[in-house]
Design a binder for this molecule. Structure first.
Ligand code: ZN
Length: 107
């Protein structure tokens, strides 16, 4: 993870990239690249502009405006995954992985 100390205003909290890395580690203790299985990532703060559709508690909705995200980039294969920071911060951790049958998969 990068040690970049850039600050951002997220949900009324000042979070550094190191803080976001800690949240990622708490959310996904066994994090691996979804494409190549690599275990190291570069972390960077990004944003997406709305509208964006997202699913929360099984309800699809459209949100507008500027949404802050954190991107994990794999230095091995180049795959990038991106998380909406607000949802990542609010999710109970660790976040269980859901199987295709809808049931949580043990970590
Ligand atoms: Zn990879």
């Amino acid at each position: 993870m990068s040690n970049e100390q850039e600050m951002a205003d997220v949900s009324d909290r000042k979070l550094s990239v190191a803080d976001l890395a800690q949240e990622i580690n708490r959310a996904f203790p066994d994090l691996k690249c979804l494409r190549c299985g690599g275990e190291k990532f570069f972390l960077s703060r990004q944003s997406v502009m709305g509208p964006i559709s997202q699913t929360e508690d099984g309800v699809a909705r459209i949100a507008g405006g500027h949404l802050e995200t954190v991107a994990l980039s794999c230095p091995r294969c180049g795959f990038v995954e991106q998380h909406l920071v607000k949802i990542l911060l609010e999710a109970p951790k660790p976040i269980p992985v859901v199987n295709s049958d809808g049931r949580d998969r043990p970590l």
